[in-house]
Unconditional design. Structure first.
Length: 281
């Protein structure tokens, strides 16, 4: 680990991820902690930070476009019957403290703050684990608790009227290369076949690297995947796919995603084998 503002994840002594807790970002990007760069064990970067196509994409983290009307994703807000609209409604995730800091992970407390005050309190747990000499796993759990006295709900552009745009929750902005990455699950290939559908795991395969995403709890596995390959390379687990997620006062929403970060171009069998190793109890 490094300073109070950054934490460096290490696997087998090698740095594989830099976690920035207090980024200096404009309000329009919905400032929040993020992991970038994340690398393979051989040192290949597999994340992007604020790319030109979507400047509010910040490596790996948790981002939600609609918490009771406030934007914790960044950029424009999708307004029903109006489309993407610039609104002054951006919130921020504020690092409070690390409850635990080790070279291979941390436990962090965050406040989700909007113009109206704190809406959610988050406990985020991140751990890095060696799987083989060519692959490691990033285990990320987030727990969002409504700290207000009123019911809150979490939505997405899809729940607000834009079909297929159910982004929000865990999100990984991957490395952009000259050719779009390939995407596949245990039973399907291609963005059109895997986007918007649940799957035990989903692989994104680049030129010299592969990411394999897996829901690590039964509830997380029910969430469909949000996938982009042609427009830009990104994968998320859809927190609010077809309906808003209610969060009553004092209640908590929990999701856990484990991502295998591998050197090389994994096939289905290799991807499935590494996922089993990564999420085994």
């Amino acid at each position: 680990m490094t300073s109070n503002d950054t934490a460096v994840l290490r696997v087998a002594g090698r740095p594989v991820g830099r976690y920035v807790t207090r980024p200096e970002l404009p309000a329009r990007l919905s400032p929040r902690p993020y992991l970038h760069p994340v690398t393979t064990l051989a040192g290949t970067a597999v994340t992007e930070l604020a790319p030109a196509d979507h400047t509010h994409h910040l490596g790996v983290g948790v981002a939600v476009p609609d918490v009771e009307g406030f934007n914790f994703w960044g950029g424009r807000t999708y307004v029903r019957d109006q489309g993407p609209t610039e609104l002054d409604n951006h919130g921020s995730q504020r690092h409070i403290a690390f409850q635990l800091r080790d070279p291979d992970g941390f436990v962090e407390e965050l406040r989700w703050v909007s113009a109206g005050g704190e809406l959610l309190r988050e406990r985020r747990t991140v751990a890095a684990t060696e799987l083989t000499d060519r692959a490691w796993a990033l285990d990320l759990t987030f727990s969002l608790t409504n700290v207000t006295r009123s019911p809150l709900s979490i939505g997405s552009p899809a729940t607000n009227g834009r079909p297929g745009a159910a982004y929000g929750g865990f999100f990984w902005r991957a490395r952009k290369e000259p050719s779009a990455p390939e995407v596949f699950t245990a039973g399907a290939d291609g963005e059109e076949k895997v986007h918007g559908r649940p799957a035990d795991w989903l692989a994104l395969r680049g030129a010299t690297w592969t990411l394999v995403f897996a829901g690590a709890t039964e509830r997380t596995r029910r969430d469909p995947w949000f996938v982009r390959t042609e427009e830009y390379p990104g994968v998320g687990s859809s927190l609010a796919y077809d309906e808003r997620v209610p969060v009553p006062p004092g209640e908590t929403v929990v999701r856990r995603v484990v991502t295998v970060v591998a050197d090389g171009r994994l096939d289905r069998d290799a991807a499935a084998s590494l996922v089993r190793k990564a999420v085994s109890p």
